[in-house]
Design a binder for this molecule. Structure first.
Ligand code: CTP
Length: 392
């Protein structure tokens, strides 16, 4: 069963569409509303759509211990909209109404869809509460940006019903996975970087981001809190992952360092451009002469800078090699102070950037070498994640 907890925000009325879409997909839906939310959306609307009475009160249920019963039956509890108030209460473990009591008692997956004024949403106390809940395994559907009900423009809008419904459907359809990375924070980079030449041209590489996105998805599924720093890709980020979009190597450097201190594991799957044009031309470069010489300067080696300032983090690098794979990768592991390096021979069939498969050699700091045969990037991601567990 999927339980939808509605709390008191103006976006409550939009959740009627979510309940309706999920019901049409064939799910059993139970709606629980806080007192305040009934001012924004009529319980009767939800009851009519779901075919079940809406629970608004601790005393509902004719003397049964209904909050425990619903908590046990719920595979997923979606709280939408999730106000700053419910987020704070859940973080603190307050149980003063049906919804909060039920959430405390559930073993199901709790998904929050925060929606509020952008100043409230970006307030450090709200962000800290969300971050703590994420580290306890709560999933969060990030709010959209746009014009808010109060007239302000910014982040805090409840995503549309189609997006929320798709998220819940994906989550429900996924097989249960052992939460062995719960409480751990992973920083994963993915994709390529793009280095501008002029307003319409750039230098880049063929990386699609598939390996990094597979790592992010698997880590999230196994319970980790994941920050995905991604260069431009055509991929949809996995649900429940915090995405930081970057363009250039220097953007990636900044985003990675901003998040480095409080993560447990960093996996640098991104294909970072080693060089960038010395100057970005403000105007389009004209054809002019028969020859054009571009002067390039070196980009910062992000992974090396992480290795140089490493404390307790586990650092995982990738090595794209076309020859002497083990020697070159081992050299990179040492020079960048890594714990693990995943080497690919980019010339082997089934190991390329755009493939859904990979063939890897994993080398660990203690010298262990594992040859991983051709397999899907998701399967390889799980093997890499296994190796990031300390004391395994
Ligand atoms: N990397 C990085 N910053 C760079 C270049 C690479 O963080 N400026 C990281 C990549 O994300 C990868 C690892 O370093 O995890 C190795 O990348 P690779 O391109 O194989 O090696 P390089 O260090 O660039 O060395 P070379 O190109 O000489 O093989």
């Amino acid at each position: 069963m999927i339980t939808i907890g509605v709390t008191g925000g103006i976006a409550a009325y939009k959740v009627i569409d979510v309940a309706s879409a999920l019901k049409k997909l064939g799910y059993e839906i139970q709606v629980v509303m806080t007192k305040n939310s009934t001012e924004f959306a009529a319980p009767l609307a939800f009851a009519t759509i779901t075919g079940k009475p809406v629970i608004t009160d601790m005393t509902d249920g004719d003397g049964e211990v209904l909050h425990i019963e619903i908590a046990k039956k719920s595979k997923i509890i979606l709280i939408a909209p999730a106000t700053a108030n419910i987020i704070a209460k859940l973080r603190a473990g307050i149980a003063d109404d049906f919804l909060t009591t039920m959430v405390l008692a559930t073993k199901g997956t709790v998904v929050l869809a925060p929606a509020m004024n952008s100043n409230m949403y970006t307030n450090p106390v709200v962000q800290e509460n969300i971050s703590v809940l994420k580290s306890r395994g709560y999933l969060v559907i990030e709010p959209d940006s746009g014009v808010l009900a109060c007239g302000d423009v910014g982040v805090g809008k409840l995503p549309d019903a189609v997006k929320i419904t798709a998220y819940i459907k994906d989550l429900n359809d996924k097989p249960a996975v052992d939460q062995d990375l719960l409480g751990k924070k992973y920083l994963i980079t993915a994709g390529r970087t793009v280095e501008a030449i002029d307003p319409m041209r750039y230098l880049s590489n063929y990386s699609t981001g598939k390996m990094g996105y597979a790592l992010a998805e698997m880590a999230k599924d196994r319970g980790a809190e994941v920050i995905l720093v991604s260069g431009p890709t055509n991929l949809t980020p996995p649900a429940g992952v915090t995405v930081v979009e970057v363009i250039s190597a220097r953007d990636m450097y900044k985003a990675v360092h901003e998040n480095y201190t409080d993560v447990d594991v960093v996996i640098k799957a991104a294909a970072v451009a080693d060089f960038r044009p010395k100057e970005v031309q403000a105007e389009k470069i004209k054809k002019g002469d028969d020859k054009l010489v571009l002067e390039l300067v070196k980009n910062p080696d992000i992974l090396k800078s992480l290795g140089d300032t490493k404390k307790n983090q586990i650092l995982v690098g990738f090595a794209a090699e076309s020859q002497n794979v083990i020697e070159n990768a081992t050299e990179k592991l040492k020079s960048k102070n890594l714990d693990i390096i995943v080497a690919n021979n980019i010339k082997e069939e089934g190991a390329g950037f755009s493939a859904d498969t990979n063939i890897a050699t994993i080398i660990e700091r203690d010298g262990t070498v594992s040859f991983i045969p051709k397999m899907s990037k998701k399967e390889l991601a799980n093997i890499i994640l296994d190796k990031t567990k300390r004391g395994r």
